[in-house]
Ligand binder design. Sequence first.
Ligand SMILES: *[C@@H]1O[C@H](CO)[C@@H](O)[C@H](O)[C@H]1NC(C)=O
Ligand SMILES: *[C@@H]1O[C@H](CO)[C@@H](O)[C@H](O)[C@H]1NC(C)=O
Ligand SMILES: *[C@@H]1O[C@H](CO)[C@@H](O)[C@H](O)[C@H]1NC(C)=O
Ligand SMILES: *[C@@H]1O[C@H](CO)[C@@H](O)[C@H](O)[C@H]1NC(C)=O
Length: 187
Amino acid sequence: MASHRRLKICCTITALLFIILSVVVVVLYFTILKPKQPETIAYPVQLTKIELIPFPQLKLNITLFLKVQINNRNYGAFEYKPTTAHVNYRGAVVAEAPIAGGEIPARGKHNVSSSVEIMGDKLAFSPQFWMDLGVGSFNFTSFTTLQGRVKLFKILKMSATARSVCDVTLSIRSNSVNSTCYSKFKL
Ligand SMILES: *[C@@H]1O[C@H](CO)[C@@H](O)[C@H](O)[C@H]1NC(C)=O
Ligand SMILES: *[C@@H]1O[C@H](CO)[C@@H](O)[C@H](O)[C@H]1NC(C)=O
Ligand SMILES: *[C@@H]1O[C@H](CO)[C@@H](O)[C@H](O)[C@H]1NC(C)=O
Ligand SMILES: *[C@@H]1O[C@H](CO)[C@@H](O)[C@H](O)[C@H]1NC(C)=O
């Protein structure tokens, strides 16, 4: 009788411990361990240089400055590989700039920037170039994509991507740019 009661207490305690442990694991998973993609916040694209000489031979040299803040929301460091930022014009890549690899500590923020130089002769390949030049405005799309992984306690590793895309409109009349940026996430 006594041993039966003891067995019952023992089972109850075991069950309770099990429930507590499960709750702790679930809470930990949703707070600390759950991998989150890094957040990106793009700053407005800046025009740092523009040189335009239409005659006798077209010379067009544009430098855009891209800056993105990467927000690592994980309790592990985000390690990213060296990559390139690139700029598209009318669907074709017209310029690239390297971005060094790096690491953003747990719950840290980091700015990544690159200066992309666009040469006019690359743009002139597009049949719409002369039309855009006539109108005085060019549309570009810039891409900054950081690929890497988040490491937790040196054992858990998850691939992660921080991506920022900006639609840039350059006016060669006012020598200014406007940009609209957005982020896309994929897990
Ligand atoms: C554009 O600028 C770069 C660096 O400032 C220079 O090396 C290059 O010759 C320029 N290109 C033109 C077409 O002016
Ligand atoms: C990133 O750049 C912005 C604007 O220049 C600055 O306000 C911010 O503090 C920078 N963030 C970091 C993490 O360096
Ligand atoms: C450039 O982009 C702006 C805004 O997205 C749009 O209103 C305009 O029509 C575009 N121009 C060309 C030539 O595609
Ligand atoms: C940028 O936007 C402002 C306000 O909407 C507008 O006045 C200006 O012409 C735009 N510039 C370019 C290069 O599109």
